[in-house]
Ligand binder design. Sequence first.
Ligand SMILES: [Zn+2]
Length: 482
Amino acid sequence: MERIEVTHTASLHAPHPGLGDTLTLQDKAHVGGEGAVYFTTDGRHALKVFHQQHPGLEQHLTRIMDRLRILTDEQERFILPPLALLNRFDGQPRQGFVMRRVPPRYQEAINLILGPEQAAAQFQRGRTWGSYLLAARSIANSIVVLHAMGFAHSDIHYKNFLVDINEGDAVMMEADGIVTPGYSKARVAGLKGFMAPEILTRGAEPSEKTDRHSLAVLALHTLLFRNPLEPLIEYADDPQESDRLGWGAQALFSEHPGNPSHRPANLGRPLYKRGVLSYRMLTPELQQLAERAVLETGLHDPASRPAAKEWRDALAKSIDQLLNCPHCGQHFPYPHWLDPPPRRACPFCGQRCQRPLPAVISLLEERRTGNFTPIRRKLVLGNGSNIFADMTEPHRFPPRSRTSTKPIGHVEWDPRGAYRIVNDGNTTWISITNSASTPRASVLQGSQRLSATSGQSIPLNAHALIRFGPDQRAAVVDDPGG
Ligand SMILES: [Zn+2]
């Protein structure tokens, strides 16, 4: 077994229960601009030691630590709260804090999403875009947790998240970059490209609203492998001034329909053919969030930017709209919103979606008895797709993983030309096909009614209303596929 050298010792104050008040540490693992990070010899914790003394830092960290003590285990997965403050390092008074150590399989997000080349290299190792979608969801979740605690962050960007791309999991680092709006000033300026324009134009302090901008940029960067606001023209002779204008007063969405100044060459061409992914490959709900955040007023009007929770939920709902490309193996949101169907193609290899095309259903929840309301969650269902309880039970979102979850149903392609949904659960499913061409969930007269108990199936007919049992969600078949 490898022998781990103890090279440093640290004494702590205000440690969390179970941490003890001294640590033994290995040699430094990472040196950054602000401080160095050391791992404990037991591999469980990391210690950040600041290079210089900062007045008020202890107070700042103590406030963050105290408030984050109430995090649930689920919330704590997404951020690394300070667990103790450093008192002395090798006997010398130094500033710093202890945090949980993230396992070595996590890497900085920048290594995964810097550009299309990095992404393509990851895909060659068998990783799929679906993992990036999960990672973006995790990133949004960390900001949701932070905002729920009344905090903002002065430094949200791709170097401050550690990502396990195999699991699609992300953790936010740099707890010292957390700010309490109206109470503590930002210690770090933020990273160019992720800062809200108003920070550059009028020196705005970091807040929940500036975070909303940074999150939109980071989420889109994670999904498209490029910064959606990257300036492609110079705005001044002095490069620094040009940058300040390009990301600030002149900030412009790369896919602005009326102004192509920041539009990359090869936009929308398949990624594997030296193309650049367009935000239009994303689900309509994500496209709308992107437009609100960086195309329409949100770019320069902080109040109209989507909240972190909206990003988290829209990213979560995209998971069940992925299609597996039979040609290149990539996962991508099935572009059911494009008509006619021959326009639907894989954004990675460019191959057109092949028949039988998947079916698309929209989930509904019963708000009043017999009255179903769409919840803006769609499912893309092909031959062999599974139905899980999180799809049919009210108020649920897709979980992080379904690998240990038993499906309650599945979809089969009937070669006679229709999909059938097979009930593998215990409730009785009912399909009601209205004779009218437009579905009205509450009007069920003049309709054909079919039911399926366990082991039986019902067809996914156009406009059919499917009920998954009492107190369960229902679904409308938007597109029967085929
Ligand atoms: Zn493909």
